[in-house]
Design a protein. Structure first.
Lengths: 306, 484
């Protein structure tokens, strides 16, 4: 496979995954805010931080209110990481490699971008927001399913999964980091109803609520949620699952010694981690380490293959 | 009923489907009957379905505009097909094969013995001024003596129904993917029409292309490595490059994917390292192919590619320098070339062409410029043309100056009354002018597409069919009427 093509497949998967996770994030925040008491001002700023957009955002907007944040994160052309730009980038990458991916996948990606563009006004209104964002989430799920069901299991497919899982792991760390930081710090044991709702929103951002319940069968608790999202590979959006997938991909690729080593290092770090012991500051440091490890993995992939 | 053939007036042109008012040609009877019975609502449904199919399939071409940069436009498509009876097509096919055979012999002669000049069939001066003649190619004979492996010849029909070759495209002819996709769209939206006719299939083009390309491989290996070399996604025909690569299962590469080593072998950069390339179906113009040999600042090409080609280590399709024969001045000599190389009479005539390089003909063109279509010798895509009858006085005068300054660079043809076909404008049918571009593949055998790409000038009265200038297209049906 051409290096350039592998690079495009990898980024196609990353952009699609990023668009989906961003859409999820907004869905959940919208729902969460409706559930919170009026005097709680959790607001929309955490979303901006979660996606590392703070600097760019305040270049263009004064206040992080609902209207501005949604516009900035979903439809703003000026924001290189907005959903619309992620989908545009996904489409550009797909277009360059349209002879590699199944033509139905190209059609779906093309269509997903067209739909998101068409919806760029209505998504700003609360009434249509759910429907519009849901199209993006289910759109990517459909694309993922279609590729899984039709693509040859060759190196191209490995690069696709590489991109997807690296991006997913990265988004999961971001969601855990900022969402938990904006919670009341360091409360263990029983939570108030309000805190409970916030932790549920962490799970729901990752569609993890139902699976958490099935797997952990416990009341919502910080340590268990962290355990589930960081370390349980049974859950396909957990960090540990993504890292395991990265390792699998490494096994399928040529010249992968350096890559395998980086994945093993990250995997080791995760295993050592004791989630009961993660107070807020320590959690933040751990997340930083995980993100640094992901960046190292990305750099290794980039140097070896692209 | 929205379509009333009684309101359709084909004259004074030759119409592809309607003989005279209200009288379809034999091959079009069923189709016209079918269309007549459609309600306005049904027509709109068909149009929407075809537009949606085109959007969903991502059939686009790229246009440049200063405001928006490069944008993808959906391919404009008319749902009423153009029909040609197989019997008539068989003759055209023979004529095209004859023409391309002579053209390939001509190119090979030009780069080797040059008998055509010695025997004074072609004036030597033409060669000296030809932009597409590459001195670098002297003395080379590519495998099987073939230079133009893929040729797209544009056919038109005049008011009497005679088919002419308007021009030959021997460099990087495009459009074949639209021909294939038009058929797919028709099958999606109009399946019931396919039951009424015995329409000859066109689907095997990609596999014929693949076979031809693999025959050109210098290495006799079981599965030669074939790549399609594209200038990239901003090229107007990028859709086609990707499409053909996909259909053939070939790698689609850009210049930077390829590298030529000291042994003049071409490789591509892969995730596993370098891999040898045998055949390059290149969709980049000669001048940009190799910065070592031609334009030094070309970012699209591959340094050393000409070295590798001359050493016989890689096949380039079409061969560099093949464009010397699609010069519009050389075009005027093609009937003579057919007689010279094949000792046969041309089966498809040329459109009468005045060469401005010849003083008498030049004076005739200038005197009659309001009746002429003036074309520069080396432009494509309909750019830089003058359509005399439609041009303003200032434009005509500008072209007279251009011709006087550089007569070698211009030819002129009398304004042809191109044939028309019924085309849906809103929900009514109106005649629109069209042409036809079949594609001819030359390898160990020669094959011609069943029909080709029919391009339609969507603007009323216009004869400019290029997609970059508001042209659309139709599916082209070669129908076997004997087999009904």
């Amino acid at each position: 496979m051409l290096s350039r093509v592998a690079n495009h497949i990898y980024w196609l998967a990353r952009y699609l995954e990023r668009a989906e996770n961003t859409a999820r994030l907004i869905q959940v925040n919208t729902h969460l805010l409706l559930d919170l008491p009026r005097d709680v001002t959790l607001g929309w700023e955490p979303i901006v931080d979660m996606l590392s957009f703070r600097e760019t955002f305040y270049e263009h907007y004064d206040t992080a209110d609902e209207k501005n944040v949604i516009k900035f994160v979903v439809t703003d052309q000026l924001n290189s990481g907005s959903i619309i730009n992620c989908l545009a980038n996904a489409k550009e990458n797909a277009r360059i490699i349209r002879e590699i991916i199944p033509s139905e996948a190209w059609e779906l990606i093309n269509q997903l971008y067209a739909t998101a563009k068409e919806d760029s006004q209505s998504v700003l209104t609360r009434r249509h927001r759910f429907e519009c964002l849901d199209k993006i989430v289910s759109g990517n799920q459909t694309i993922t399913g279609l590729m899984g069901g039709t693509m040859n299991r060759d190196v191209g497919y490995s690069f696709l999964r590489l991109g997807r899982h690296l991006e997913r792991a990265d988004m999961t760390t971001r969601i855990i980091d900022v969402r938990s930081a904006s919670l009341l710090p360091n409360v263990s044991g029983k939570l108030t109803a309000f805190e409970n709702i916030q932790w549920m929103s962490v799970l729901k951002s990752l569609t993890a609520y139902q699976m958490y319940r099935q797997e952990m069968r416990l009341r919502i608790s910080r340590a268990d949620i962290l355990e589930f999202l960081l370390k349980r590979d049974i859950f396909p959006r957990s960090i540990s699952h993504s890292v395991k997938q990265l390792g699998k991909c490494a096994g399928e690729l040529p010249k992968s010694q350096a890559f395998k080593k980086k994945v093993a290092e990250m995997s080791g770090e995760l295993t050592k981690l004791d989630t009961r012991d993660l107070k807020q500051e320590k959690l933040h440091a751990v997340i930083d380490d995980l993100q640094a490890a992901l960046i190292k993995i990305h750099n290794t992939i980039d140097e070896t293959y692209f | 009923m929205a379509i009333r053939w009684g309101n359709y007036y084909p004259t004074p042109f030759y119409d592809e489907l309607i003989r005279v008012r209200n009288k379809p040609r034999d091959a079009a009877l069923e189709l016209c009957e079918y269309l007549k019975n459609l309600s306005e609502k049904e027509i709109n449904e068909f149009k929407t379905a075809s537009t949606t199919a085109i959007q969903v399939m991502g059939i686009t071409f790229t246009v440049y505009s200063e405001e928006e940069g490069s944008i993808d436009r959906a391919w404009p498509f008319d749902i009423i097909p153009r029909i040609i009876p197989k019997k008539e097509w068989d003759q055209i096919e023979k004529g095209l094969k004859q023409r391309v055979k002579a053209l390939n012999m001509f190119i090979n002669d030009l780069y080797n013995e040059q008998n055509v000049l010695k025997d004074q069939i072609l004036p030597e001066s033409l060669l000296e001024h030809s932009k597409n003649y590459l001195p670098e190619c002297r003395g080379i004979t590519p495998p099987h003596g073939i230079w133009a492996h893929i040729c797209g010849s544009d056919l038109v029909r005049d008011e009497n129904g005679t088919v002419y070759v308007l021009e030959d495209n021997l460099r990087v002819p495009s459009g074949v993917s639209y021909m294939l996709e038009n058929r797919h769209v028709m099958k999606r939206v109009f399946p019931d029409m396919f039951e009424k006719y015995n329409i000859l299939p066109i689907d095997n083009y990609p596999s014929q292309l693949y076979d031809m390309l693999s025959q050109m491989s210098p290495r006799k290996v079981h599965q030669p490595e074939i790549v399609v070399l594209t200038p990239g996604i901003y090229n107007s025909a990028y859709f086609e490059h990707a499409y053909l690569a996909q259909q053939m299962g070939a790698e689609l590469v850009v210049g930077s994917d390829l590298v030529v080593d000291e042994d003049d072998i071409v490789h591509m950069r892969t995730v596993e390292g370098l891999a040898r390339v045998d055949v390059i179906y290149r969709r980049i113009d000669d001048a940009f192919l190799d910065p070592e040999a031609f334009k030094e600042d070309s970012m699209l090409g591959v340094p050393g590619l000409m070295r590798a080609w001359k050493a016989g280590n890689v096949a380039l399709v079409n061969a560099p320098g093949a464009g010397v024969a699609d010069d519009k001045v050389v075009y005027a000599f093609v009937p003579d070339l057919i007689r010279y190389y094949l000792n046969e009479e041309p089966l498809i005539p040329n459109v009468p062409t005045y060469k401005c390089v010849n003083k008498e003909e030049r004076d005739h063109v200038i005197d009659n410029i309001d009746k002429m279509v003036v074309k520069p010798a080396n432009e494509s895509g309909g750019y830089g043309m003058l359509i005399g009858p439609h041009a303003s006085k200032a434009e005509r005068e500008k072209f007279i100056r251009l011709i006087r300054r550089d007569p070698r660079n211009y030819v002129a043809q009398p304004m042809l009354l191109l044939s028309t076909a019924p085309t849906l404008i809103d929900t009514k049918v109106e005649p629109r002018h069209l042409d036809l571009r079949p594609f001819i593949l030359s390898g160990m055998t020669t094959s011609v597409t069943m029909g080709g790409l029919t391009r339609v000038a969507m603007r009323k009265g216009s004869t400019v069919v290029n997609s970059s200038q508001g042209g659309g297209s139709k599916d082209t049906w070669i129908v076997d009427m004997e087999d009904k």
